[in-house]
Design a protein around this ligand. Structure first.
Ligand SMILES: Cc1ncc(COP(=O)(O)O)c(C=O)c1O
Length: 350
């Protein structure tokens, strides 16, 4: 089975981190920590923000969470009254709508288009109805890898402020970016926005289940109470590992370069199959591809592919229940050889 469906890096952490962990596991006891994470890790996250975004984030602005997933869930729970309308893009990360529903909130779908790389624009935000209470912004996005430029995000945040819309900025794919200039964090433009991030993607720690939230001190205190009752504390062993990753930016950047190589290879290979209408991802490790000339049912397309040649892709219908049947999502965070083998099989199969 060749898996191009999972949103998970195949690379492991730097060897030294793993060696240290092995040694420490025999001598340390990993108990509960503060419910919003250790002081040491929160301080490291705040330094990360100073170094990489040139923004002052104190450790009181940081909560370590059980992945971005718990960060998004607790933020939605703490910010909004039951029944509130929360805007999300279509296509978008499927868990947003599921969490919104599970919490008794209501999703308002913003239909984005291929013309705008399936991303938010100021026009789309300006046209939002007045009863929207919150919005989840995702840049680089899943499933398209498209970004919102700094300029545009600045305008979007301003419009949201004037409309009293609370912004949750999901920045989980930050630093998995392919432009020369790195993206800025929403917190740099507006200290009222809530930022979600994670150790899962750039830092390769998916299974360690660790993320973080940046927000004002009052909000972080609410998260402190929520997480204490929800899961007591994020995993202490994972926090121990996370303390070390900030010494290895060069290593993680080198993995991003491999994704870029994979991205370019994937695009050229698809073009050789006659699929030329491609939105080139500027970040994350996904390519959202229109397959309507082969099949109008993305689920059927993907299940036939897995049955016939053992290659898995994610069906577009998972990300967009309106137009998603015309699309599939490739994940190219795998080893190049897996991508090469899969594409050779797909080429013969199509
Ligand atoms: C856009 C987006 N947000 C959040 C998550 C959740 O990530 P995690 O809980 O592993 O930090 C994912 C996972 O794929 C994602 O794609």
């Amino acid at each position: 089975m060749r898996n191009l469906a999972l949103g998970e890096p195949s690379a492991n952490l730097p060897k030294n981190i793993l060696i240290n962990l092995k040694k420490k596991i025999e001598v340390l006891r990993f108990g509960y920590t503060e419910s919003i994470g250790t002081v040491e890790l929160r301080k490291k996250v705040s330094i990360h923000y100073k170094q990489h975004y040139d923004v002052d984030v104190s450790m009181e602005n940081v909560a370590i969470t059980a992945g971005a997933s718990a960060g998004i869930f607790m933020s939605l729970l703490s910010l909004f009254e039951k029944g509130s309308l929360i805007a999300i893009t279509r296509p978008g990360y499927p868990a947003y709508k599921n969490m919104i529903k599970a919490l008794g909130l209501r999703a308002y779908y913003i239909d984005t288009s291929a013309v705008n790389n399936f991303q938010l624009t100021t026009d789309l935000i300006e046209n939002l109805p007045n009863n929207i209470k919150g919005i989840i912004i995702s840049s680089p996005s899943n499933p398209c890898g498209s970004i919102i430029s700094d300029n545009e995000i600045f305008n979007i945040l301003n419009i949201c402020k004037s409309k009293n819309i609370k912004v949750i900025s999901d920045e989980i794919y930050h630093r998995v970016e392919y432009q020369n200039k790195k993206l800025n964090t929403a917190f740099n433009f507006d200290k009222n926005s809530i930022v979600i991030n994670s150790f899962s993607k750039y830092f390769l720690m998916t299974g360690y289940r660790l993320g973080w939230i940046i927000g004002d001190k009052g909000f972080i205190n609410q998260i402190r109470n929520l997480s204490m009752n929800f899961y007591l504390s994020p995993s202490s062993i994972s926090q121990y590992v996370a303390n070390e990753v900030f010494n290895y930016y060069d290593y993680f950047d080198s993995i991003v370069l491999k994704y870029l190589e994979n991205r370019n290879y994937l695009i050229s290979k698809l073009q050789s199959m006659g699929i030329s209408d491609i939105i080139v991802p500027e970040g994350a490790f996904y390519l959202y591809v229109n397959i309507s000339k082969f099949n109008n049912n993305s689920y059927d397309f993907c299940s036939r592919m897995v049955n016939d040649i053992g290659v898995t892709l994610a069906p577009g219908i998972d990300f967009d229940d309106k137009h998603g049947n015309s699309y599939v999502r490739f994940s190219y965070s795998c080893e190049k050889i897996v991508l090469e083998e899969s594409l050779n099989l797909i080429k013969k199969w199509l």
